[in-house]
Design a binder for this molecule. Structure first.
Ligand code: GLU
Length: 478
């Protein structure tokens, strides 16, 4: 059996959104699972579309997600260079072979002439096929004109590892450009040569290339080479409707998710699930589990929906599974300024309290700041609270004073506070929704917090009583 060799072949034309990196992930998974090799190749033959910084960004995105490649533009390898613009002589050599076989020719037409052919075809209600206008005599190709493939139209049937058996008629085969007049090859030509020379065994790519496959098959035949296995990925659909995911639907740069404090392993799990499952209902997988269980047979044909809420849920689940010390180490850079002076075991205890509800690390400052500093009393928290807005400040003040008295006598263990909180419900005759919201707001000045008794115990008696007093002052003054 040949060693599996897969590649990710992006064009450096922009950032990589979560959907865009899926091709890389699936190719990487297959290579890792089969003890094969995963190759990065830059397809930069369309100079007009190139975006500065895109290469670094692509490399950074792969590295951040842990998708290490075995060969690539920056690390070299046995088939270097891995950047198409540095491989022009390879395409030239293969172009010459095709010319010698009579399977490529210089295209003598100007853009206007080709347009005229197009218009003529439209007027005749015929699909435009360049080969219908193939010149009888062609000049010798000197590189100043495009070089075209001389196709051999015929029907094709082929197997796609994801899409199954596919077939087309001869009408889709045409003479396409191999090398443009600027000397650069087209994607259509270059990727075939590179995949051959780099001994790629599996091509994974998006559906946008599927309609070109018969033309590629025609070229493979002319070159007398066996095509690699093709696996066409299903579309990734936007959250709503059936359109393809695009930047407009909020498809963010994959590194933006890292900056927001998503775990790389969540992104791997989530992106793998865009079109793949293991045949069961399981949704959460470790990276090594995805590697073991991944298979092209379980990649679906229909579009996969991009659901950011699911990503959020998945990250929350992975955060809950992390040992506390790991969580602390990995979330370090997200902690608020005000926490920097606090003892590390206090911070660890805070983290232990919020771990349950934390969905991504960028939420940490908002969820934790009241553990580190007294926030100013915000009367809006009461006046906009569904439970509390029905009561007068005088009523609330009376209840809060009763609570304060009880807390004053507490040892501030979570157990004692729990008992007191329950007793206070009876003393004041209030529902937890009312009384606990009041105490929560007074002691934290936050609209939400972890379990009340545990939060208060961690904040400590002095801090809680001081904050209750500040709240009482505001309730009195109003
Ligand atoms: N350079 C192509 C792109 O960025 C890659 C297609 C392929 O994987 O063959 O869309």
């Amino acid at each position: 059996m040949k060693t599996v060799r897969t590649r990710f072949a992006p064009s450096p034309t922009g950032f990589l959104h979560v959907g865009g990196i899926r091709t890389a992930l699936f190719a990487w998974l297959l290579a890792r699972q089969q003890n094969g090799q995963f190759i990065l190749r830059f397809e930069d033959t369309d100079k007009k579309r190139e975006v500065a910084g895109a290469r670094e960004h692509l490399i950074d995105s792969l590295k951040t997600l842990g998708l290490a490649y075995d060969e690539g533009p920056d690390i070299g390898g046995p088939f270097a260079p891995y950047t198409q613009s540095e491989r022009l002589e390879h395409y030239q050599a293969w172009a010459q072979k095709l010319i010698a076989k009579g399977r490529a020719y210089a295209d003598p037409y100007s853009a206007e002439e080709v347009q005229a052919f197009r218009d003529q075809a439209r007027a005749n209600k015929q699909p435009f096929l360049y080969r219908n206008y193939r010149p009888e005599v062609t000049p010798t190709w000197d590189g100043t004109m495009p070089l075209r493939f001389k196709s051999d139209p015929k029907p094709y049937s082929w197997h796609d590892a994801v899409m199954g058996e596919l077939s087309t008629g001869p009408e889709v085969i045409d003479d396409f450009i191999l090398i443009k007049s600027d000397g650069y090859p087209t994607y259509n030509f270059a990727h075939i040569i590179d995949d051959l020379e780099m001994e790629i065994t599996h091509i994974m790519r998006g559906q946008e290339f599927l309609s070109s496959q018969p033309n590629y098959l025609n070229l493979y035949e002319a070159l007398e080479i066996t095509p690699p296995i093709l696996a066409t990925m299903p579309h990734i659909l936007a959250e709503n409707g059936n359109k393809k995911l695009s930047k407009r639907d909020g498809a963010k740069d994959v590194l933006d998710y890292i900056r927001d404090g998503y775990l790389p392993e969540t992104l791997v799990n989530f992106i793998a699930s865009l079109g793949w499952n293991d045949g069961t209902e399981q949704e959460l997988f470790s990276v090594s589990e995805v590697i073991t269980k991944f298979s092209l047979e379980h990649v679906q044909r229909s579009g996969a929906r991009f659901d950011e809420k699911r990503l959020e849920w998945m990250n929350g689940a992975k955060i809950r599974d992390l040992p506390l010390a790991d969580l602390a180490a990995r979330s370090q850079s997200f902690w608020p300024e005000s926490s920097h002076q606090s003892a590390s075991d206090y911070k660890l205890a805070v983290l232990g309290l919020i771990q349950e509800r934390l969905k991504f690390f960028a939420e940490i400052p908002q969820l934790t700041e009241f553990f580190f500093e007294d926030l100013p009393v915000d009367p809006n928290l009461i006046t906009t609270n569904k439970q509390l807005k029905k009561y007068t400040f005088t009523e609330l003040k009376t209840w809060l004073e009763t609570c304060r008295q009880s807390f004053e006598a507490s040892d501030f263990s979570a157990a004692d506070l729990t008992e007191r909180l329950n007793r206070l419900l009876e003393t004041t005759g209030q529902k937890p929704g009312v009384l606990f919201s009041l105490i929560r707001i007074a002691t934290t000045q936050a609209p939400a917090s972890p379990a009340l008794a545990e939060t208060m115990a961690l904040l400590g008696k002095e801090r809680c009583l001081r904050r209750i007093d500040q709240q009482l002052t505001v309730l009195t003054a109003a």
